[in-house]
Design a binder for this molecule. Structure first.
Ligand code: ADP
Ligand code: MG
Length: 390
């Protein structure tokens, strides 16, 4: 045989490339009906309910308990996410939101891109849903990364009517029209698309025409009627102090600011707090009763923490000294789990079985779980305080 690559080999490579692209697109860009939530084993259901495995096995033989039996597979059983959430609801130790209290709105913000805002929004939604909560996620970023994480492609699959735009334009009074279920039981979505950019022109235009208009209050008013239905509303914002971001921050009961401990991200986070403080001052001129606004909590979440870098420790120290009690005691490590190609359109919670090192997966998963657990406990405390003061 002659050495080298014959031209006839090119066709084979081209065919393989085409086939690969089809496969990759199917696995990475799987649109809404194709993206699937993971299934859970008996042990996983027990862990999520915080009970022993024996208790789960004992309970599925008791039809009077009304617990879904899952699907038997040889000697093991598998539970869908929806079934698992019924188990969590009935067996889990989580205190339910008391009647008469409303869902809490949490905005995720930072004017820098790439700090894990969207990842934080999605993982927190998934984590809270595994505490039995009903969660609404709102994508306010025209880049629509959160929408993509639910398996929906903003360009081809999102209509304007599925975004907040009709609310912004005053065609709708509340956001109910825009809510759609996702592949993840317990998490509903208000999607984003590039069309959201137009809000940045419309809101100041409307304000200039109508002095009684409150450009900062549109989202807040539109969310009010759905707060009975959801325990938590998580709002993902674009990496800019846009009119949409202002709406998110003014609607929010609480803020989470993901901040990686890198020098550049630290530097831009200081700008975030300056601009945010300027915004608060400016709002005082516009809305005298903005003084009444209180955040239930503001958390700086150390994200994408790479402890193998020497600089991480120094910058973490700056962050602690700057933001003091705002800094959460939990941090999210950098992980190859979320960065791997197959998971690009998913999070740690989407992975049933991780092919890489299991320890890497466990470490990441535990960090996200602890974060969700901590926020969940804060929400319960806030509801209880609300109930007592009512
Ligand atoms: P933002 O919304 O602030 O722009 P993203 O959540 O989209 O940030 O995250 C930016 C990039 O960082 C994404 O590619 C995401 O997969 C990656 N990322 C987020 N969290 C982690 C993590 N803990 N480890 C590694 N990569 C991460
Ligand atoms: Mg984002």
């Amino acid at each position: 045989m002659l050495p080298g690559v014959p031209l006839s080999d090119l066709r084979k490579v081209a065919d393989r490339a085409s086939q690969m692209l089809v496969n990759v697109r199917e696995s990475m860009l799987a649109p809404h009906p194709r993206k699937k939530s993971p299934v859970f084993t008996t042990s996983q259901v027990a862990a999520l309910c915080r009970v022993e495995r024996k208790k789960v096995i004992y309970s599925w033989d008791k039809p009077e308990l009304g617990l879904p039996p899952g699907i038997a597979n040889n000697r093991t059983r598998e539970f869908s996410l929806a079934e698992t959430r019924v188990w969590i609801d009935k067996l889990g130790p989580f205190i339910k939101r008391p009647d008469g209290t409303k869902g809490k709105k949490i905005a995720i913000g930072n004017f820098k891109g790439g700090v894990a805002k969207t990842t934080t929004a999605m993982t927190l939604a998934q984590g809270l849903s595994l505490h039995g909560r009903r969660v609404l996620i709102i994508d306010l970023d025209p880049q629509a990364s959160l929408t993509a994480l639910t398996g929906t492609l903003a360009d081809s699959e999102v209509e304007e009517e599925q975004t907040v735009l009709p609310l912004i334009y005053g065609e709708e009074d509340d956001v109910k029209y825009a809510i759609q279920p996702t592949y993840w039981d317990g998490v509903d979505l208000i999607a984003a698309s590039a069309a959201l950019f137009s809000a940045e022109f419309y809101l100041p235009f409307k304000q200039s025409k109508d002095p009684h208009f409150e450009f900062w209050n549109v989202l807040n008013k539109g969310l009010e009627p759905v707060l009975e239905e959801y325990d938590v509303v998580i709002i993902d914002t674009p990496p800019a102090l846009s009119y949409m971001t202002i709406n998110a921050f003014m609607a929010a009961d609480a803020l989470i600011v993901p901040t990686p401990p890198s020098a550049l991200d630290y530097a831009s986070s200081t700008q975030f707090w300056n601009l945010f403080a300027d915004l608060a001052d400016n709002m005082k001129g516009l809305v005298p009763d903005v003084e009444q606004k209180r955040y239930d909590f503001i958390h700086v979440l150390l994200s994408k923490v790479d402890s193998s870098l020497a600089s991480t420790h120094a910058v973490r120290d700056w962050i602690n000294r700057t933001y003091e009690s705002f800094v959460l005691p939990i941090e999210i490590p950098t992980t190859t789990v979320t960065a791997s190609a197959a998971a690009e359109f998913g999070t740690v919670y989407d992975i049933s079985k991780y092919d890489g090192s299991n320890r890497t997966y466990q470490r990441a998963r535990e960090a996200y779980d602890r974060f969700a657990e901590m926020i969940d406990q804060e929400l319960v405390a806030l509801w209880q305080a609300q109930k007592e003061s009512a």
